[in-house]
Ligand binder design. Structure first.
Ligand code: CTP
Length: 398
């Protein structure tokens, strides 16, 4: 963890006393550590202890009363490679989940650019409360990683679920996070994203509502994990830039097909999330079509199936992932596409699920593999869905 910058948020629970061991483990492993304490946590752990062990001044309030200097939450957000909140109390959990921002730690959380990991700690009844479950689910949906609580004796004397994970376990989660950062190094990942536009005349086209958000989120995650990414993208408002990204902007299915034909043989993984138009007008008018008659008939012809082509031209060393957006019989249709198009995995979502599909920032997916194993996921943000998809497909990379 040499030179990794870890920002540690400490909130006011009895488990705060264990954080000294975590700070020592992090410092020993070469990490740089800065800590933010909530005012309540100072009753459980001394700021001086934390500052001494972390070798850095601690942040508690927005400004330091002694010299009037400002603790800038935005700067903390820019500085950190990882934000860890441990212990996470019921109170701070609720504020993080609901957007309350009444101290330095919370303002920093809402300014954070990097991943946040939390280690909840509370008494068993508080942990079992429906609102705690709801708030944890919201945090997960927002892309926060949650280190599960442990079972055992609690500060109240009761025995049950709610203890904060031990410092060793938290340290391991942090180490795993940094290890997964470059787990796709050496891979070249071809991704298709967004809609295609099929021209009718110079000003009109047939398109669809795809925003490209899912494909771009996958591309971003692959880039963060060290892969080279070739993103063949239909028209979208989204932008992405990275030294390891080759972004190829296209309009029509035929253009997408021609780019994929060039790039597929040099790729180790293909993730085809584009909403490709199945048909295009047979004839594209040279001039704008004038309205003359009461009706207009367009003859449409079939576009090439780009994913099927990649499946038919796949080597044993390549992994191919398709998408299926279904309105009915999602799993059965997904299985059928998986085998018909010679895929390794298919990501299925259905417009029947609220919050899934085109335009939303969230998605609800199932992944089917080529042994017909089905894994179902809860509703998540598209960024979190992208992480789950990439984590899943990693096991299939040869
Ligand atoms: N796809 C593609 N080229 C096409 C059509 C689809 O690459 N011409 C890819 C999509 O990117 C997606 C998957 O194939 O990964 C979707 O499968 P498809 O059978 O085309 O879905 P639908 O168009 O919904 O098909 P159907 O009408 O058979 O349900």
């Amino acid at each position: 963890m040499k030179n990794k910058r870890i920002l540690l948020g400490i909130t006011g629970g009895i488990a705060a006393y264990k954080i000294t061991s975590l700070i020592r483990l992090l410092i020993k492993s070469g990490a740089e550590v800065k800590c933010i304490l909530t005012p309540a946590s100072c009753d459980f752990i001394s700021p001086l202890t934390v500052a001494t062990l972390s070798k850095n001044p601690v942040g508690i309030e927005f400004w330091n009363k002694e010299d009037g200097s400002w603790n800038n939450h935005v700067e903390y957000g820019l500085w950190a490679d990882l934000f860890v909140v441990a212990p996470l109390t019921t109170n701070t959990l609720s504020k993080m989940a609901n957007g309350a921002c009444d101290n330095l730690l919370l303002a920093t959380y809402f300014s954070m650019k990097c991943q946040t990991i939390v280690a909840p700690a509370m008494d068993l009844d508080m942990y079992a409360h429906p609102s705690t479950k709801r708030n944890l689910a919201t945090l997960k949906q927002d892309g926060v990683k949650i280190i599960p609580v442990e079972k055992g004796e609690l500060a109240s004397g009761l025995v049950g679920e709610g203890r904060m994970a031990e410092p060793d376990t938290i340290f391991q989660s942090i180490a795993d996070f940094f290890q997964s950062e470059n787990d796709l190094e050496g891979q070249t990942i071809l991704i298709t994203a967004g809609p295609t536009y099929e021209s009718i005349d110079p000003v009109r086209f047939i398109g669809n509502h795809s925003s490209g958000k899912m494909g771009y989120a996958i591309a971003e995650n692959c880039l963060n994990r060290g892969a080279n990414v070739i993103l063949v993208s239909g028209p979208t408002k989204l932008t992405l830039s990275h030294p390891n990204l080759k972004l190829i902007a296209i309009q029509s299915a035929e253009q997408m097909f021609s780019e994929v034909q060039k790039e597929w043989k040099n790729s180790t993984v293909g993730i085809f999330s584009a909403a490709v138009a199945d048909y295009r007008p047979e004839v594209v008018a040279d001039q704008k079509i004038k309205k003359k008659d009461d009706s207009l008939t367009l003859t449409l012809i079939k576009n090439p199936d780009i994913l099927s082509w990649a499946g038919a031209n796949k080597t044993d060393k390549q992994v191919l992932v398709g998408f299926a957006l279904e309105t009915t019989n999602a799993i059965e249709n997904g299985k059928d596409k998986l085998s018909r198009k010679n895929l390794d995995l298919i990501v299925v979502n259905t417009l029947e699920d609220e919050g899934a599909g085109f335009g939303h920032d969230t998605n609800k997916i199932s992944i089917i593999d080529n042994h017909n194993k089905i894994t179902r996921f809860e509703l998540m943000t598209k960024s979190q869905t992208a992480i789950e998809i990439v984590d899943y497909l990693k096991k299939y990379i040869k």
